[in-house]
Design a protein around this ligand. Structure first.
Ligand code: UD1
Length: 430
């Protein structure tokens, strides 16, 4: 029934881990390479199954794609219009980015509802609404087609959606139009995409702020090279594991400025942190003095506490909270993203479910023998269970059953944890 089983033996961590390129940055950039009627080189690409899906989609458009180490070369010179096959689109949510790049390149797109992690309802209404605001005609319900001429417009997003902001940027950049996005998403991944589009000759101002102004024009084909930013969520996962297991863990090749909310949290909990230009060193977590959990954490759009860091943080808090010092965690981005709690409760955590959140009160002492057979419900929840399992009583072994979620977003997670002393092994069981 499950594809993989991770066997995790609780162990003390210590050492250095290098952070890979960001999944959420590289996927829209790969989609955007379709716009360039020439060759794009994308450096610092992580090796993830979601990228394989993006590469397969590029190939269906007729792009030549070559992977050499961490670089991916995409030659979109001979790309032609296609409708992305349903079985590919449904494999990952980021396939929606091809909606933007296909309209940018061919003036049209056809797509089905994308796949990805089940984090509660993930509608595409905003994507459809902004297409109409851009002057495009949108037809269909299950299979949606978009085409038409892009007009000058000001768009006020009802919510700073990452994917919607990226699609508008791609479409506006390559058409003769002037588009202003208000309440745009401010994530570092938006800035990385803007850097790539600017390298193609696009005129984009304000990426990383709430107002982005794009003066679009047809882009001249050119050979370009872009470097993908480090994955702030991956870095956060290893830091959290280090903090809760009371270890000296250094994450290298990361950008600490992209993780300021997490670093503030760890610091205020009592962790000793040394922050450099491209590394964060955690000098012991829980052993020397008990960590103090916060009263409240709310996941919100960047620069607030990220929803993708919420599950590993909940795993950490399930261990360090207590009846006397509980923490309430809510998620305004994906209020249903708490499936992890069921598994943590199986492990003995005392968690009370709330509407759009949970209250953590440490470990139950009256619990029957806690279960060590766990289920990974989505990408971040799966990684969070590895973190929780590593922090059990030394020597305890947990099994995490996973359907390929974790490999969608974490490059070599078993090897990387092993590098810092975490005993994590992966078995194909299907
Ligand atoms: C991206 C990230 C994902 C992260 C999320 C929020 C990628 C590939 N994925 O996802 O890891 O968790 O940002 O930081 O970059 N919404 C609508 N209608 C829409 C679109 C979105 O209601 O048409 C809602 C979503 O259901 C969600 C919220 O808006 O509640 C934020 O979603 P969005 O920012 O669009 O996330 P993604 O781009 O899908």
């Amino acid at each position: 029934m499950y594809k993989y089983r991770y066997e995790v033996t609780a162990s003390k961590l210590s050492g250095c881990v290098d952070i890979s390129g960001s999944k959420n940055a590289v996927l829209p950039i790969l989609a955007a390479t379709l716009i360039n009627k020439s060759v794009s080189y994308v450096d610092n690409c992580p090796s993830l199954s979601d990228l394989d899906v993006a590469i397969d989609i590029l190939k269906t458009y007729g792009c030549a794609v070559e992977k050499t180490g961490k670089s991916i070369m995409v030659d979109a010179t001979k790309a032609t219009y296609v409708s992305v096959p349903k079985q590919l689109a449904s494999k990952c949510r980021a396939s929606l980015a091809f909606l933007g790049s296909s309209v940018a390149r061919f003036g049209m797109a056809e797509f089905t509802l994308p796949g990805g992690c089940v984090l509660g309802p993930r509608p595409i209404d905003m994507h459809v609404d902004v297409m109409r605001l851009l002057g495009l005609e949108v037809m269909g319900l299950d299979r949606i087609t978009v085409q038409g001429k892009v007009i000058d417009t000001n768009i006020l997003l009802p919510y700073p959606s990452v994917g919607v902001t990226e699609n508008i940027m791609m479409i506006a950049a390559a058409n003769n139009c002037s588009v202003r996005i208000k309440n745009a998403a401010k994530e570092p991944e938006i800035v990385n995409l803007a850097v790539y589009l600017s390298a193609l000759g696009a005129d984009i101002k304000g990426a990383g702020t709430g107002t982005i102004v794009i003066k679009g024009h047809s882009l001249t084909p050119r050979n370009v090279r872009i470097c993908v930013i480090p994955d702030r969520i991956e870095a956060a996962t290893y830091l959290i594991a280090g903090a809760v297991s009371g270890s000296n863990v250094t994450v290298r090749k990361c950008l600490p400025g992209h993780m300021s909310k997490l670093l503030t949290l760890l610091y205020n909990m009592g962790c000793n942190i040394d922050v450099g230009k491209d590394y964060v060193r955690l000098v012991q977590g829980r052993l020397d003095k008990k960590l103090k959990p916060p009263l409240f954490i709310e996941a919100k759009p960047y620069p607030c506490f990220p929803t993708d860091m919420q599950p590993p943080t909940v795993a950490m808090l399930s261990v360090i909270t207590s009846k006397k010092n509980p923490t309430v965690v809510t998620d305004t981005v994906f209020p249903g993203r708490f499936a992890l709690c069921t598994e943590l409760m199986k492990m003995g955590a005392d968690i009370h479910m709330l509407k759009g959140g949970c209250m953590l009160e440490g470990l139950r002492f009256d619990a029957p023998v806690p279960s060590k057979e766990l289920i990974s419900h989505d990408l971040r929840a799966g990684a969070a269970l590895i973190v929780a399992s590593l922090c059990c009583d030394e020597g305890a072994v947990c099994h995490i059953y996973d359907n390929g979620f974790i490999e969608r977003g974490y490059e070599n997670i078993s090897e990387k944890f092993s590098q810092i002393g975490g005993k994590v092994s992966l078995k194909l069981i299907q």
